[in-house]
Design a protein around this ligand. Structure first.
Ligand code: SF4
Length: 408
């Protein structure tokens, strides 16, 4: 956090214990980390490598894959090796449910190559088996020096814990409502499991917590409480957020409120993609959420007006899209050759009403001609009008101006 964030109203980041996941740090004063998850069959090595690579190229700093059977556990070392041969060293996290203790025991190479294990305390086992199997998972984390995420989830809540809290609640003088009891069960499931892991010998700085629900207000309430009651690094995400714009809006609403309060060390936007939409969309949304909040910068942001009756064509919307896609594509190269380019701001505006003003606020802005205006597009660079573009090649010339600005 820097002081300029505070002057804009962003709350101080809640201090948490930093956890190293591969080469990536999560928590403490480290920037909020973007992560995502594949939806391929992990045993299908080529498809999984391809999707991990796409997520990483889009900007995912950690990638989680499901490890649900021995074929997928056997595939992990091969996936990590193939990625390394492609020059991709993104930490791969294994998502375990029900049988993680068996898979890690049978496939030591999987245990070794994963950068972190995700454990769901709600389905690690039942009754006495739960304690034993949880302990086995933690022993593997200790033996291989791996961090874990203890990830409780509303959809797979520890039923015995929920039932116990429901019973205890009947004895209270002022009973909680059922929703509050279940939220408490979710929080306790995460915190108690983490403390049990510490008792078993896992270092506190090897633990990340999450407690995901699918309702925005419930998620905010759960994480505010979780943050007050522990100093473990927190993974934020609205589970089963939904399809398309609903998922984006719900996730952004919940995560933005929490991050504004300084809560959250890594985020995943769990989108159900629209048919045909790339899996990488969730990474772009996570980056845009962090960047629009002023918490991190990934790629130059394009300000564009919505357009109205004063615009003569859809050209300016097309130009805004072309510009955003261009800078996003060039950013992987600029990250190395021109670090800092991600902080550049661009504006593509539809007419003279707000065009010149908004363009002056950006590093580079263009105000396209609206209805009845002269067919000229003034370009502003760092607040000053530098050139006026005309004719058929406005898009190419404007892109050239952006590239020159970054180069020089
Ligand atoms: Fe309409 Fe011009 Fe405002 Fe864009 S800048 S929304 S074109 S009035």
């Amino acid at each position: 956090r820097d002081d300029s964030n505070e002057s804009l109203g962003t709350g101080a980041r809640k201090p948490t214990l930093p956890v190293q996941v591969g080469k990536i740090w999560v928590g403490g004063a480290h920037p909020v980390v973007v992560q995502s998850m594949t939806n391929t069959d992990t045993a299908d090595i080529d498809s999984t490598v391809k999707q991990v690579a796409a997520l990483w190229r889009a900007g995912s700093e950690l990638v989680r894959v499901t490890v649900n059977n021995s074929e997928s556990a056997k595939a992990i070392p091969k996936i990590v090796e193939k990625l390394a041969m492609m020059g991709i060293e993104v930490p791969i996290i294994g998502d375990f449910h029900y049988n993680g203790h068996t898979l890690l025991s049978e496939e030591p190479a999987c245990a070794e190559m994963l950068a972190k294990y995700r454990i769901n305390p709600g389905n690690v086992g039942f009754g006495k088996k739960k304690d034993t199997q949880f302990a086995q998972l933690i022993e593997f984390a200790i033996r291989y020096g791996k961090p874990v995420r203890i990830g409780a989830n509303w959809g797979s809540l520890d039923q015995s814990l929920a039932a116990r809290l429901m019973d205890e609640n009947h004895l209270r003088a002022q009973p909680w409502d059922a929703g509050r009891v279940l939220r408490e069960a979710l929080i306790l499931s995460a915190i108690d499991s983490a403390e049990r892991a510490v008792e078993l010998g896992l270092a506190r700085d090897k633990i990340i917590l999450s407690a995901k629900v699918s309702g925005v207000q419930e998620l905010i309430a759960v994480y505010r409480d979780l943050s007050k009651r522990s100093d473990f690094a927190l993974h934020l995400g609205l589970t089963e957020a939904g399809i398309g714009s609903k998922g984006i809006v719900a996730s952004s609403a919940a995560l933005a409120v929490l991050m504004q309060e300084g809560i959250g060390d890594t985020i995943r936007i769990s989108l159900t993609p629209e048919p045909g939409a790339p899996r990488t969309q969730e990474v772009i949304v996570a980056q845009e959420l962090l960047q629009t909040m002023g918490l991190r910068a990934f790629t130059p942001m394009v300000t564009a007006c919505p357009g109205c009756g004063r615009t003569t064509s859809e050209f300016f919307q097309e130009l805004a899209k072309v510009v955003q896609n261009h800078v996003r594509e060039r950013m992987s190269e600029w990250k190395v050759s021109r670090p800092g380019a991600e902080n550049m701001t661009l504006a593509v505006m539809g007419c003279i009403v707000n065009g010149p003003g908004e363009s002056r606020h950006a590093n580079i802005g263009i105000s396209l001609p609206g209805t009845g205006e002269s067919p000229a597009a003034p370009v502003f660079i760092d607040g000053e009008k530098k050139v006026t573009l005309r004719g058929e090649n406005i898009a190419e010339e404007f892109i050239g101006i952006i590239d020159d600005y970054v180069e020089t």
